[in-house]
Design a protein around this ligand. Structure first.
Ligand SMILES: *[C@@H]1O[C@H](CO)[C@@H](O)[C@H](O)[C@H]1NC(C)=O
Ligand SMILES: *[C@@H]1O[C@H](CO)[C@@H](O)[C@H](O)[C@H]1NC(C)=O
Ligand SMILES: *[C@@H]1O[C@H](CO)[C@@H](O)[C@H](O)[C@H]1NC(C)=O
Ligand SMILES: *[C@@H]1O[C@H](CO)[C@@H](O)[C@H](O)[C@H]1NC(C)=O
Ligand SMILES: *[C@@H]1O[C@H](CO)[C@@H](O)[C@H](O)[C@H]1NC(C)=O
Ligand SMILES: *[C@@H]1O[C@H](CO)[C@@H](O)[C@H](O)[C@H]1NC(C)=O
Ligand SMILES: *[C@@H]1O[C@H](CO)[C@@H](O)[C@H](O)[C@H]1NC(C)=O
Ligand SMILES: *[C@@H]1O[C@H](CO)[C@@H](O)[C@H](O)[C@H]1NC(C)=O
Length: 859
């Protein structure tokens, strides 16, 4: 009913349609439209804006004589407060209002009750007032940012970050995340010449309708009415920025990049990337439908900002280091992050946004977040594929393993919620600590199902579903039903009718993930294999048996024997599952392609067979499986499920390992060793033993990478990770290299190679000196510095908490013969470095002088 009424109401003001789920709204006053007239003033010592606001509301409860608004930290002009019914002001004369600053509440008293809407009678009211808002560098919601322009002059800009609930710091409003309103915005821009800073750029969540110059030279810009959005989707930017733009191949979609004028030339990388992703999205969706009506603005703000606001769709703001590409400062890891964040945001936009032609809404926004993350990686894989000519095929393997490892690192603690518990929580309200759980775990589970169904079938079903729900609601049950329907013909492949939805459901409903215990009975001629599952936990608790529906796929050593290796696959549930396979006394490895969201533990004989193959001819096990095995070994050692001897026996082959995927799994495995309360009872001595073991293993890879001048992105990423890893496990050659770079930086002001920065900063934190107060860092460097500090603090805190422990008896029974530690055999590494300096990382790229550094991004 409300829907119909509001639609009538809107027909005159906007082209929008009103489809909010009105049952969930329990309100007494509903804001239909906000009209804002904003005049910002930026002086050298002060900044504020004056604003006239008109809120059009309707009432849905009787006897409302008081209007309660949220308004924080602003100065409201008392005499301007009016509530109009038609052209009559109904504010109570003797006692018009109370503004409780400490509570942030404005109460307006009326001399007559509001008339609730009823039937076709729709009485609307206009609340009007003027207020002034002081804006400082650290004010909440709307804040000031300072930067240097191309003439090294200080400039200021105003920017909002209103999610999840900061809009009340920006304007007086009805702060309810369920309310959706239209925003009509007008901005007065200051002319050059006055005491006020000249500003020519204002960006809001709607397109410009018209601009006009007033007689006093101010420019007034009127924007079109926005679509219906919640308060946290509102945004405002005011500055002197410049822009560049590109349009998509297939539709009218346009990406506009905004940055300080002298940085704009550095925006082309992300601009081209963004448009490439938009083109990939259009190709993926196979129809030419614009993501958004009007342009998508991406604004680089020279201050620390934590990613894009997830609900933004046409005004996306982020830290300027996620927008500008300065080869001499940006590290490969920052490039990856920059690409991922934009790809993820564009995927969110594609999945549904207020600015699309017909709005698509998701009932479970956690699920949307997961799908957006999964698609982001999928699109990144397509992008790499186009760029690198088939290096990693089109699948997201390379990213899949990474996202799974991130998800698992969040997903073992007993307090971790199941995904389904996020229910219909708005994405902006999902607590920060669960952000990666929600995005990465959901994405990993989708990857598991993709592998189970087959990529093509899965993606076809996904695209078909999304396309068919344009302008409607998307919900998890509806999605599942449709997925099953479109993939049903693979039914017969399974031993027992597990469908995609049954599988996904069993994982969404439980927190954590399982470990499968594989036991091979080798006494009969054709071996019997027994699988049982239980919950994986690093600690003693929470190891109960579980009933995830686990899609099983496997490979065996003697491939020629394996009938089932090329066919999927079956699911196991709670009961122990046994099956026969002719192993010829070889191994079996579960979790083919490593896409299953679980770990696998084998009996000791099988582990040893696997270890032998890894040592003799690792190519018999593909790199994805090797990565999974290595990561599992670290996890199972930490959880006390396998012994240190066995773990190191399997990992012993690592000195021959050249795959980045596997080394990334090693690095993530090494982090697991620092799990608090883990059953392996880590001690300082044990930890040092592991470091020394890994030092021996990393040497060959380290040498290869640091001697290569290859600048291809994957190699750079690998190199950067390995250098950081080698330094954290205290490989002396790496420490010397880092110290050498630091010394050059200190003494000669030579820039540290960006890719080695985290390692150098880590080494600095680990040394007794640390950083001095006079050290200056730009935004790219500061980010790495905080990261290194965090890493170092986490590690040293852990080491403080654990006992020293006893050295193990020097009796290494397995094949691992302890070689002399490489660090003691290296002679002065400094001479080494100067000798092969020309080969060393980065020297071919950059060692720039500090003075050249553009300070614009300095905060
Ligand atoms: C709706 O609001 C009324 C009055 O404020 C309150 O008594 C009632 O519990 C609310 N209902 C829900 C479902 O929140
Ligand atoms: C509100 O303003 C006061 C002073 O005007 C300031 O001290 C306080 O930090 C501000 N609070 C927020 C949350 O911005
Ligand atoms: C705004 O003004 C600055 C400085 O005059 C200029 O560099 C920039 O290109 C202008 N921006 C726009 C959008 O016109
Ligand atoms: C693209 O824009 C042009 C002009 O603005 C308009 O006529 C056309 O319909 C648009 N096309 C699509 C697919 O939106
Ligand atoms: C999309 O647009 C491209 C180029 O304009 C055109 O070649 C293609 O056929 C269109 N695809 C569809 C599905 O309309
Ligand atoms: C693999 O299986 C085939 C057929 O059973 C057998 O002939 C062959 O010897 C086996 N190879 C190995 C290495 O066990
Ligand atoms: C499929 O079979 C396994 C093993 O027999 C069983 O545990 C599982 O529950 C079955 N799945 C379904 C959906 O029936
Ligand atoms: C060393 O290991 C071997 C093989 O496991 C064992 O037989 C022997 O007793 C061990 N020696 C000591 C001193 O622990």
């Amino acid at each position: 009913m409300i829907r119909a009424l509001l639609f009538i109401f809107f027909a005159s003001t906007t082209q929008g349609t009103f489809v909010v789920d009105e049952e969930c709204l329990n309100y007494t006053i509903y804001p239909v439209q906000y009209e804002l007239i904003i005049s910002p003033y930026i002086y050298d010592d002060r900044a504020f804006y004056d604003c006239h606001i008109t809120i059009t509301v309707i009432a849905n409860a009787p006897d409302i004589r008081m209007i309660e608004l949220d308004a924080r930290n602003m100065t409201i002009s008392g005499e301007s407060i009016k509530v109009y019914k038609g052209d009559r002001n109904i504010v109570n004369g003797p006692r018009p209002y109370v503004y409780d600053r400490s509570l942030g509440k404005l109460y307006i008293f009326l001399n007559e009750a509001l008339i609730p809407y009823k039937g076709r009678h729709l009485q609307n009211y206009m609340i009007r007032m003027s207020f002034r808002k002081e804006v400082t560098y650290d004010s909440t919601g709307v804040f000031l940012v300072r930067y240097f322009d191309e003439n090294h002059k200080l400039k200021y800009l105003m920017q909002t970050r209103l999610s999840p609930d900061k809009a009340k710091y920006f304007i007086p409003c009805f702060d309810n995340p369920q309310f959706e309103s239209v925003f009509k915005i007008t901005v007065y821009q200051m002319p050059p010449g006055s005491h006020v800073q000249y500003s020519n750029t204002s960006i809001v969540i709607a397109q410009e309708l018209k601009g006009e110059q007033l007689t006093d030279n101010r420019i007034v810009i009127q924007y079109m009415p926005s679509p219906q959005v919640t308060l946290y989707q509102l945004g405002f930017h005011y500055s002197q920025f410049s822009k560049v733009h590109l349009s998509s191949k297939y539709t009218n979609d346009t990406l506009v990049l905004w940055a300080p004028t002298d940085e704009i030339k550095n925006c082309y990388f992300i601009l081209r990337f963004g448009i490439a992703i938009i083109d990939i999205i259009h190709e993926y969706s196979s129809i030419n439908r614009s993501l958004v009506i009007g342009p998508i603005n991406v604004v680089g703000i020279p201050t620390y900002l934590n990613g894009y606001e997830i609900a933004s769709w046409n005004l996306l703001s982020n830290n300027v280091i996620r927008v500008i590409y300065l080869p001499e400062f940006i590290s490969v890891r920052q490039i990856e992050q920059m690409k991922f964040e934009l790809a993820q945001q564009l995927s969110r936009i594609w999945l549904g946004n207020p600015g699309e032609e017909a709005r698509t809404r998701w009932k479970q926004e956690w699920f949307k977040e997961g799908v957006a993350t999964y698609l982001a990686y999928h699109f990144l894989a397509q992008y790499d594929y186009a760029e690198q000519h088939k290096k990693y095929q089109q699948s997201l393997y390379y990213y899949g393993i990474r996202m799974k490892q991130i998800a698992m690192s969040h997903d073992w603690h007993h307090s971790t919620p199941a995904l389904i518990n996020f229910n219909d929580e708005l994405a902006v309200n999902i607590p920060h600590r669960y952000k990666e759980l929600v995005t990465m775990k959901t994405a990993s589970l989708l990857w598991m199902v993709e592998n189970w169904l087959g990529s093509e079938k899965f993606h076809q079903a996904l695209v078909k579903y999304i396309n068919s729900r344009r302008g409607k609601f998307i919900s998890l049950p509806d999605f599942m039903q449709s997925l099953d329907h479109d993939t049903v013909e693979c039914f017969h492949q399974f031993f027992n009718g597990s469908t995609a939805s049954k599988i996904l459901n069993s994982w969404f409903r439980h927190s954590g993930y399982p470990v499968i215990d594989v036991y091979v009975m080798r006494d009969s001629s054709s071996n019997v294999i027994q699988l049982t599952q239980r919950r994986f936990s690093f600690t003693l608790e929470n190891r109960q048996e579980t009933d995830y529906l686990i899609p099983i796929s496997y490979i065996v050593q003697n491939i020629s024997n394996c009938y089932n290796c090329y066919r999927p696959r079956f699911t196991i549930g709670r009961q122990t599952y046994t099956f026969k396979e002719n192993l010829n006394n070889g191994w079996i490895i579960l979790n083919r392609h490593a896409s299953g969201y679980y770990r696998v533990n084998y009996d000791e004989t099988t582990w040893k067979l696997i270890a032998q193959t890894l040592k003799n001819d690792m190519s018999l096990i593909d790199e994805l499986n090797r990565a999974q095995i290595v990561n599992d070994v670290f996890a199972l050692y930490t959880s006390g499920d396998i012994s240190q001897d066995l773990a190191q026996y399997v990992l012993d082959y690592l000195d021959q390992e050249r795959s980045f995927l596997v080394w990334e799994a090693v690095i993530s495995g090494y982090e697991m060793l620092r799990t608090d309360g883990a059953k392996c009872h880590m001690t300082k001595i044990l930890y040092r033993e592991w470091q020394s073991f890994l030092r021996m293993k990393v040497v060959p890879m380290y040498k290869i990478l640091t001697n290569s001048i290859e600048q291809q992105r994957h190699i750079r990423y690998f190199r950067s990770k390995i250098i950081e890893f080698a330094c954290t496990i205290k490989y002396e050659k790496c420490l010397n290299y880092a110290n050498h770079l630091l010394k050059q930086w200190r003494n000669k002001n030579q820039r540290i190679d960006p890719d080695s920065r985290p390692a150098c900063y880590y080494v600095t934190y680990d040394s007794s000196n640390g950083f001095s107060n006079t050290d200056v860092f730009n935004a790219f460097e500061s980010e790495d510095k905080s990261y290194a500090e965090y890493l170092h603090r986490k590690e040293s805190n852990f080491l403080v908490r654990i006992p020293i422990g006893e050295p193990r008896p020097q009796n290494i029974s397995m094949s691992t013969t302890i070689k002399p530690e490489p660090l003691s055999t290296e002679k002065s590494a400094l001479t080494d470095i100067s000798k092969d300096k020309s080969h060393h990382i980065g020297s071919s790229m950059v060692i720039l002088v500090l003075a050249v550094l553009s300070v614009n991004i300095l905060r």
